[in-house]
Design a protein around this ligand. Structure first.
Ligand SMILES: *[C@@H]1O[C@H](CO)[C@@H](O)[C@H](O)[C@H]1NC(C)=O
Ligand SMILES: *[C@@H]1O[C@H](CO)[C@@H](O)[C@H](O)[C@H]1NC(C)=O
Length: 548
């Protein structure tokens, strides 16, 4: 990782160059779009990939019928429901990546603008929402047949709508914030007989008239503390003692980046030493955009800057770069090579909220964190579908990005509007999946999946590929993340310590590589990860690994 906090003078100098050159110099990166399903019947407001290669997708329950029927006998009877007292349509679906099929799932309480994470056993833990779902905790344990469904189990201590979840080194989830909730809590609770709520003043301090403190960007730092970003600034929280151990300066410019001025954020790929960590936050909306859009006064142009900060630095500063296009409501996805971050979906004007986005941005952009400043952005081929508010995107094990949703309306609306409700699923295949790279693409032949890893232990793999001469082979692990409202909760990519790939027998295309599993639960919280071998910058299809 290149150091980003240089001397102040150098900083200004680079900042200048970046502003004037990056847009013009953005290279063209290719990539391909495929329509997977014209309609799965449910708009993908939330998505989570599980370790059986099925994606749990859900919307909200309180707007009337979806376009997917529930099986006989599964109708939802709810006399509190605003639109339909008896609803025989599904608001959640399971999408099977391998067979490209889907089936309805049953959710009873309202999951609108909720949050989630996956526990160490691979169970989706999903929390909160609105109305009758604001305190719900729902779980989904993956199965190989089609019989598993949602379980709605326990109650949160307080309502949490627009909260953020993060999986912790001990396997619990922390659930942070939510509308008018300036606190956090854990699941499972350490002491079930207490409410277990801890106040977090920072969420009150970052609240403004637009409520730009919602869906905070949370990243588990390599020192075990939580980086929590809301509005335009961040803290480092020791959640075990409720102690703020660090504060970060506001992003230059001072504009908000979290909901509803929705930008996006990633923890950049982590090296095996676990000594440094950097966060990249891109896009968002200038302060006041949300209010102007709500009043229908103006749809203000989105922010085109990214801020990058080394969160482990004792005196951290933001380094600002300019994207080829402005973007609000973009999603940021770490690509398996560990060398690229995809920025996808969103709009060039307005803010997050019903009817508040304008000028869809249909070109994804790739950011290469290790390239020289001014040469980091690559413009990708355009989609033909607007993905605005309530859209989502996740990395699949085969390296494609699954893209779904977009429903900027209160109900499902398919005609007579500029941006109809999207029930489709598309895949974006980055350039590395192109046929021209097939000979380079590593194919893991041993071991079979899932691979069980122990912290800090060495293991080896065999794979086939023609090795690139100069760039070498690397090994990465990516946590499947919970995507909603332009933020991928729990997204984490680890670059493992690995040996030089050895060819066996010499001269063939079969190679062996040794790697060391992440050294700690802080670096890699326990659970399932997608594991990739990367040849130069070309990742092969991943396999599932479990670390505990
Ligand atoms: C994507 O873009 C590249 C050039 O950047 C082009 O050669 C290719 O045909 C495009 N692919 C598709 C499927 O549009
Ligand atoms: C959803 O259902 C409505 C009502 O039956 C129909 O008009 C619409 O075309 C459907 N949309 C999609 C994308 O399937």
């Amino acid at each position: 990782m290149k150091p980003t906090s240089a001397l102040p003078l150098l900083f200004l100098f680079l900042y200048d160059i970046t502003l004037s050159h990056s847009a013009a110099e953005a290279a063209s990166g290719g990539g391909r779009w495929d329509l997977l399903q014209r309609s799965i019947g449910v708009s993908a407001m939330h998505m989570q990939l599980l370790h059986n290669d099925r994606v749990i997708i859900f919307d909200r329950t309180d707007f009337g019928p979806s376009n997917l029927s529930l099986p006989d006998g599964k109708c939802r009877h709810d006399h509190h429901e605003r639109v339909l007292k008896i609803d025989c349509t599904a608001h959640s679906a399971e999408y099977d990546v391998v067979t490209n099929t889907f089936r309805p799932l049953t959710i009873h309480t309202d999951t609108w603008c909720s949050s989630g994470s996956v526990d160490p056993d691979g169970r989706l833990i999903q929390t909160g929402g609105s109305f009758d779902g604001e305190r719900a905790i729902r779980t989904f344990f993956p199965c190989t047949d089609s019989r598993c469904d949602w379980k709605e189990v326990e109650a949160l201590a307080v309502p949490r709508w627009y909260a953020t979840n993060q999986i912790l080194p001990d396997g619990r989830a922390i659930i942070i914030g939510g509308r008018l909730q300036f606190s956090y809590e854990f699941y499972p609770k350490s002491n079930p007989s207490t409410a277990g709520i801890t106040n977090l003043e920072f969420l009150l301090q970052t609240r403004d008239v637009e409520e730009n403190n919602l869906y905070p960007f949370v990243h588990l730092n390599v020192d075990g503390n939580l980086f929590i970003f809301a509005n335009n600034r961040a803290i480092l929280l020791d959640y075990t003692k409720n102690n703020i151990v660090g504060t970060y300066p506001p992003v230059p410019g001072g504009d908000p980046r979290s909901y509803p001025s929705t930008g996006s954020s990633v923890l950049l790929p982590l090296e095996s030493s676990g000594e440094e960590a950097e966060v990249l936050i891109c896009g968002g909306a200038p302060r006041g955009s949300f209010m102007k859009a709500i009043k229908n006064e103006a749809f203000v142009g989105a922010l085109s800057t990214c801020g990058r900060i080394k969160i482990t630095d004792p005196s951290p500063t933001w380094f600002i770069e300019t994207m080829p296009t402005p973007r609000v409501m973009g999603d940021m996805i770490l690509l398996p090579s560990g060398k690229e971050v995809l920025i996808i979906n969103g709009a060039a004007a307005g803010a997050a909220g019903w009817e508040l986005g304008r000028s869809p941005v249909m070109i994804p952009v790739v950011y290469c964190p290790g390239k020289p400043v001014g040469a980091r952005f690559e413009v990708q081929n355009s989609s033909s579908t607007a993905r605005l508010y309530h859209s989502s995107a996740i990395l699949l094990r085969d390296g494609r990005i699954l893209v779904g949703g977009s429903n900027p309306h209160e109900n499902y609306v398919f005609s007579g509007v500029d941006y109809p409700t999207e029930l489709s699923l598309e895949a974006f295949s980055p350039d590395y999946l192109g046929a021209e790279h097939s000979i380079l693409r590593p194919r893991i032949i041993e071991p079979r999946t899932p691979l069980m890893l122990n912290y800090g232990k060495q293991f080896s793999l065999r794979f086939k590929a023609r090795l690139t001469s100069n760039e070498g082979v690397s090994v990465t692990m990516v946590a499947p993340s919970f995507s909603t409202h332009s933020f991928s909760m729990n997204q984490r990519l680890l670059i493992l310590k690995s040996s030089k790939a050895a060819t066996i027998p010499s001269g063939s295309s079969t190679h062996e590589i040794g790697a060391v599993a992440p050294k700690s639960r802080i670096l890699a919280p326990p659970g399932y990860y997608m594991f990739f071998i990367v040849n130069g910058r070309i990742p092969g299809e991943g396999i599932w690994v479990h670390i505990q």
